[in-house]
Design a protein around this ligand. Structure first.
Ligand SMILES: [Zn+2]
Length: 351
């Protein structure tokens, strides 16, 4: 995450919490922080924040805010506690809501395969507000060098990735209120925040682990060479000692054997150090959470299987103009091929 994002994160968070910010020239912002929050964050109620070290040098009273600064961590904790983070409301125009039933049907047929049923028919369509979340994780990989990146996961209200939607969500402008066309819409609540967070964490953790392995593999050649060089050296030393022990008179043998033990211990320690120097540790920390309130068109489908009429519900995302991930009704993972087993299940759970 570039510095500008950190500045935006901190200022947005303080704004959300009722702070009033006033730009004070290059890299400096004066903020009037609500008393309770100022105490909680352990900062003065009227504080000048600097986001550039040059700016901080100009203004010695300013608080220089950087990654890892306790203020940033405390703000994240504060936001998560309130489980609100940043809210972004998509304000759409009436024509954005116009989705024909032909278009809806085409989307369903392009995206999903309902097994052993006739073509779906549309029973009803109506707009509804849904909640999406973007979780930004700060990931650091540490070996001989240090790499830091922010990885972002955008998920829908079921916690499933909106992979194709990221560009569309960049366009969402943020406001403090719903748009005039969104106010009257019913809303579909997301699953528990902890579940969303956990699903996003699991995916980021797996990405970070793969990346760590790649980084280890990148240096494998260097490690092998170094390991080889050390092994040859110690094997030579040990062999010399073995020869000496064989030839030495009895009274010298014990001292030489002790020496050999010391060399062995030294070798093991040095090889372990070498391994540690080439290992890549990684750490994942939640950096920010954003909530997007985005309208969908809820489409109720009817599918005929033999003589049965089966209901199914899908959501058309009015920002991405695509279908939301269809969650398997047994395990919740997104799926594209669905079979009816008393409920719609994906490949993941078909018996
Ligand atoms: Zn499943």
């Amino acid at each position: 995450m570039p510095k500008a994002d950190l500045q935006r994160f901190v200022l947005d968070a303080l704004h959300q919490a009722g702070g009033i910010a006033e730009p004070k020239g290059y890299g400096l912002t004066e903020v009037l922080v609500p008393q309770a929050l100022a105490e909680r964050l352990n900062i003065p109620s009227l504080v000048t924040l600097a986001f550039e070290s040059e700016a901080a040098r100009e203004e010695p009273h300013a608080l220089l805010v950087t990654y890892g600064h306790p203020l940033v961590d405390d703000l994240i904790a504060y936001i998560l506690e309130r489980q609100r983070g940043f809210r972004f409301y998509a304000h759409l125009e009436p024509h954005d809501y116009e989705v024909s039933s032909e278009r809806a049907l085409a989307l369903v047929e392009e995206t999903l395969e309902f097994r052993k049923t006739r073509r779906p028919a549309i029973e009803a369509m109506s707009p509804v507000l849904c909640y999406d979340f973007s979780f930004g994780f700060r990931v650091t990989w540490q070996s001989s060098s240090r790499i830091e990146e922010t990885l972002v996961k955008l998920v829908d209200g079921n916690g499933n990735a909106l992979a194709a939607g990221e560009a569309a969500y960049d366009r969402v402008f943020w406001a403090n209120h719903l748009g005039p066309h969104e106010e009257k819409l019913p809303s579909l609540p997301p699953v528990a925040f902890q579940t969303l967070w956990q699903k996003a964490s699991v995916e980021i953790e797996s990405l970070a682990r793969h990346r760590a392995k790649d980084l280890v593999a990148l240096d494998q050649g260097k490690y092998d060479t170094e390991y080889q060089r050390m092994s040859v050296y110690y094997n030579g030393t040990l062999k010399d000692l073995d020869d000496k022990i064989a030839k030495a008179p009895v009274e010298r043998k014990e001292a030489l054997a002790e020496r050999r033990q010391a060399v062995l211990a030294d070798r093991d320690r040095r090889l372990a150090d070498l391994r540690a120097a080439y290992d890549v540790d990684h750490q994942v920390a939640l950096d920010h959470v954003r909530m997007f309130v985005v309208p969908r068109v809820a489409v109720s489908l009817r599918l005929q299987q033999k003589t049965e009429q089966l209901p199914a519900h899908v959501l058309i995302n009015l920002l991405t103009r695509g279908l939301d991930p269809f969650p398997c009704q047994r395990c919740g993972l997104p799926t594209v091929t669905v079979s009816w087993e008393g409920r719609w299940v994906g490949d993941c759970c078909q018996s």
